[in-house]
Design a protein around this ligand. Structure first.
Ligand code: ADP
Ligand code: MG
Length: 252
């Protein structure tokens, strides 16, 4: 059974067709890098996966469970807010901007969601948060405030915070695009270790080295569809589609 399955996913904003039928299967523990030009629909696709957007067609399933809807016959009905929130917790999302709570310490940022949403005890969550902070190399920063951290450190806290909810899938949307070049490596290093620990991940990125070394497969989007999909060696080493060829060429 495929772990995460996107079938014929369609999404429009008014007259603008942004996703035109996207099919993608992601196995458990697999890392898929999603590349493609700006405006091709990458962010929208991630937002559809954890149902931050409603779909106009197709479906998304995680372990065969329909995401965002229930289905009776050929008709789809939206989930209740409560059921949608429960599903959304299976996905961790990390964005280009870090979106930490500025008035909370690093530890409190990581502890906030599991205590409030999962109603777990503060002590238990704090213990887990210390472990997660250690795993992203920030054990000693637990009492700092976000403004006292570099962008790379803030992004590592954002990753720890997402992991605190124990998601089944991590979605990354250009997690290093806002960082100074010298800080990119530390964030990619954390993501690489996460991949090695068999997290299922979809990563939108321009970091070709990461895509080459860490991803199991690379998907190339253009104009709202996946135009090329394969191993990094296939897609980046011998690109077939002109979009991929242009992308690889642009990286020198
Ligand atoms: P990418 O992440 O590949 O750059 P996006 O998924 O962000 O692409 O955007 C794809 C297209 O959808 C763009 O033309 C963008 O302007 C449009 N778009 C994205 N979100 C919205 C929205 N909420 N309302 C209207 N248009 C949107
Ligand atoms: Mg985007």
């Amino acid at each position: 059974m495929t772990f995460l399955r996107l079938s014929g996913v369609r999404k429009s904003f008014g007259p603008l067709e942004v996703l035109r039928g996207v099919d993608l299967d992601v196995g458990q523990g697999e890392v898929v890098c999603l590349i493609g030009p700006s405006g091709s629909g990458k962010s929208t696709l991630l937002r559809c996966v954890n149902h931050l957007e409603t779909l106009d067609g197709g479906e998304i399933r995680l372990e065969d469970e329909l995401i965002g809807y229930t289905r009776k016959g050929d008709t789809y009905y939206p989930l209740s807010d409560r059921a949608a929130a429960r599903q959304r917790r299976r996905f961790g999302m990390v964005f280009q901007g870090f979106h930490l709570f500025p008035h909370l310490t690093v530890l409190e940022n990581v502890v906030e969601a599991p205590t409030r949403v999962l109603r777990r005890s503060r002590g238990e969550c704090a213990e887990q948060a210390h472990e997660l902070l250690a795993s992203v190399g920030l054990a000693e920063k637990h009492a700092a405030y976000p403004r006292e951290l570099s962008g790379g450190q803030q992004q590592r806290v954002a990753i720890a915070r997402a992991l605190a909810m124990e998601p089944d899938v991590m979605l990354f949307d250009e997690p290093t695009s806002a960082l100074d070049p010298e800080l990119v490596g530390e964030v990619l290093g954390v993501m690489r270790r996460l991949a090695q620990r068999t997290m299922t991940m979809i990563v939108v990125t321009h970091e070709i080295g990461f895509a080459r070394q860490v991803s199991d497969r690379v998907a190339v989007m253009d104009g709202g569809t996946i135009v090329e999909l394969g191993t990094p060696a296939e897609v980046l080493g011998a690109p077939k589609h002109r979009t991929t060829q242009a992308f690889v060429r642009s990286l020198g």
